[in-house]
Design a protein around this ligand. Sequence first.
Ligand SMILES: [Zn+2]
Length: 62
Amino acid sequence: MVEECEVVDCEEEVFKSVSSSYAPLIQQLGLKVERRGKRIKLCKKHYKEIRKVKRKIKRTMF
Ligand SMILES: [Zn+2]
């Protein structure tokens, strides 16, 4: 059985999981996640988008 990305309405295969501290970033992208556990499982596309946002936030903070 293939695990699916936890972003609501996304049915892509899971690529990587991130910690739940990423949840606010995901919300900033206008996405909703089904929270099932401590970690959020994401497909390749959503994972990349979230990493991009994370980098941007780091830049503006320092
Ligand atoms: Zn996805």
